[in-house]
Design a protein around this ligand. Structure first.
Ligand SMILES: [Cu+2]
Length: 509
């Protein structure tokens, strides 16, 4: 190091020391960090520019390594997943995917992870760019309303995924806790005209794709790898319509493509384009040319580059096509400029091709959801229709009866003398709704009296039936075999189920 560099470095250290001393004085006590050996390759210090998808921080012009301070805030926020559909996202920087971080090979990254005081969960970060146990996870574990700091040297260039690694890890990732960090090689990347950030991820919602309202995370669907949504950049329509990424004819486009998963591998494809170069799996070597579709592993990435020769709309998809057309994995690149009839002559048909997904975020989409909600409300308020609802329950309940109950109670509910009590014209059944619900959920044993006759047998608990099935089958028996009564609502079953002790077999779930 030259003497003037040394002076500059010492000055920077002095400024930092006074800064951190001031910060410590002003805020709650910070746990002491270990003294670090001095890295003489590092010159100066800068604050990382962080961007939200689809944007990427500018290329690094520096020709030396520096200390880069990254401050990333974890925020848990309810946001739009699709029109009329909301989800509680856990985010790095307020959005899914997390903020894009760009550093240079050899840089020293001082990482500050802040967990917003309104968070309900602790979080941390595992950056695949880190060489060290857990990729920073243990050093960055941060409770709500706290912040952590650790440093790492970006030894390996490449495009890396980062994600939360707090237990249960898959759930944190499924809620949107992933993003990309680019460690530019020392010599930089070849210049292009446009760079964009596209990251795929799946969401496991309780409701099906498009089901309106706030959607809860569904652990079972996540285990079964059956997402309701597969999307680019955190929501259906993030890259559609006026949110499409843009380029001009004759330009070269580079996409930094990530996949947060947590489960699915993406078959990334741009309809109407061929990737001139692919940096497979986010490495620094363009190791393949003229590629139609490239795989992006869960927890991995790829860099693709292509020139755009013809104006029009190019559709980004996961070429597992039901994900694209039925679960949201669609984006758009809009290219403007003069036609090039030598390369392509024809008309754009994307509006027809995309159907309703072309309307992402639009007025029409919202209107349809409002009208549908109004229709549902009107149906529920209409007595004629709610009467029909009871008939539907009875019909469904009959199916349950013929599968589950009739073996004992017999097809006409007549029971078996001295062994199985009748449900037909049963005073015991009709006199107590809650007791009949409990009989099905919990089973029934001990002496009972039905229509003046005593029974002392055992009915097994049928608690694997859903709330709807129990409500339907009891509505059926209460309105068949000479009985007539009101319907049983699944909510009543739910309420009673919640008061019962959990069956032994399920206690260790
Ligand atoms: Cu987390």
């Amino acid at each position: 190091m030259k003497p003037n560099q040394l002076v500059r470095k010492l000055a920077a250290v002095a400024v930092l020391c006074s800064l951190s001393a001031a910060a410590q004085a002003a805020e709650a006590p910070v746990k002491a960090t270990k003294p670090k050996p001095v890295d003489t390759t590092i010159q100066g210090e800068e604050k990382a520019v962080l961007t939200q998808a689809p944007f990427v921080p500018p290329p690094i012009k520096r020709t030396h390594a520096t200390k880069v301070v990254v401050s990333l805030e974890v925020i848990e926020a309810t946001k739009r997943l699709a029109d009329g559909v909301e989800y509680v996202f856990w985010t790095f920087g307020g959005d899914v995917p997390g903020s894009f971080i760009r550093v240079r090979e050899g840089d020293l990254v001082e990482f500050h992870l802040l967990n917003h005081p309104t968070s309900k969960m602790p979080h941390n970060i595992d950056l695949h760019a880190v060489t060290g146990p857990g990729g920073g996870a243990a050093s960055s574990f941060t409770a709500p309303g706290h912040k952590s700091q650790f440093s790492f040297k970006a030894i390996n260039p490449g495009l890396y995924v980062y994600h939360c690694a707090t237990a249960p890890v898959p759930m944190h990732v499924a809620n949107g806790m992933y993003g990309l960090i680019l460690v530019e090689p020392k010599e930089g990347l070849a210049p292009v005209d446009r760079e964009y950030y596209v990251m795929q991820g799946e969401f496991y919602t309780a409701g099906r794709f498009g089901e309106a309202g706030l959607q809860a995370f569904d652990q079972r669907k996540a285990e079964d790898e059956r997402p309701g949504y597969v999307v680019f950049n955190g929501a259906v329509g993030s890259l559609v319509g006026d949110k499409a990424i843009k380029a001009k004819v004759g330009e070269k486009v580079r996409l930094f493509v990530g996949n947060g998963g947590p489960n699915l591998i993406s078959s990334f494809h741009v309809i109407g384009e061929i990737f001139d170069k692919v940096y497979q799996e986010g490495g620094v070597k363009a190791n393949q040319e003229q590629v139609q579709t490239t795989l992006v592993p869960a927890g991995g990435s790829a860099i693709v580059e292509f020139g755009v020769e013809v104006p029009g709309t190019y559709i980004l998809v996961d070429h597992s096509l039901f994900r694209a057309f039925n679960k949201g994995a669609i984006g758009m690149l809009k290219v403007e400029g003069p036609e090039n009839l030598l390369v392509y002559s024809g008309k754009e048909v994307d509006a027809v091709y995309l159907g309703s997904q072309a309307e992402g975020g639009s007025e029409t989409g919202r209107k349809i959801i409002e009208l549908e909600a109004a229709r549902t409300a009107a149906i529920q308020a209409d007595e004629k229709i709610s009467g029909l609802t009871k008939d539907i329950q009875i019909a469904r309940g009959k199916q349950v009866f013929m599968q589950t109950c009739f073996v004992c109670h017999q097809t006409e509910g007549q029971g078996i003398p001295a062994q199985i009590p009748p449900l037909a014209k049963s005073d015991y059944l009709m006199s107590d709704k809650d007791r009949s619900i409990r009989a099905v959920l919990q089973g029934l044993s001990g002496e009972i009296e039905v229509n003046g006759k005593k029974y002392n047998g055992t009915m097994i608990p049928l608690n694997t039936l859903s709330d709807h099935e129990v409500a339907n089958v009891l509505t059926y028996v209460r309105n068949s075999f000479g009985n007539s009564g009101d319907a049983i609502n699944p909510d009543e079953v739910k309420r009673i189920r919640s008061t019962l002790p959990k069956p032994v077999a399920n206690q260790f779930e």
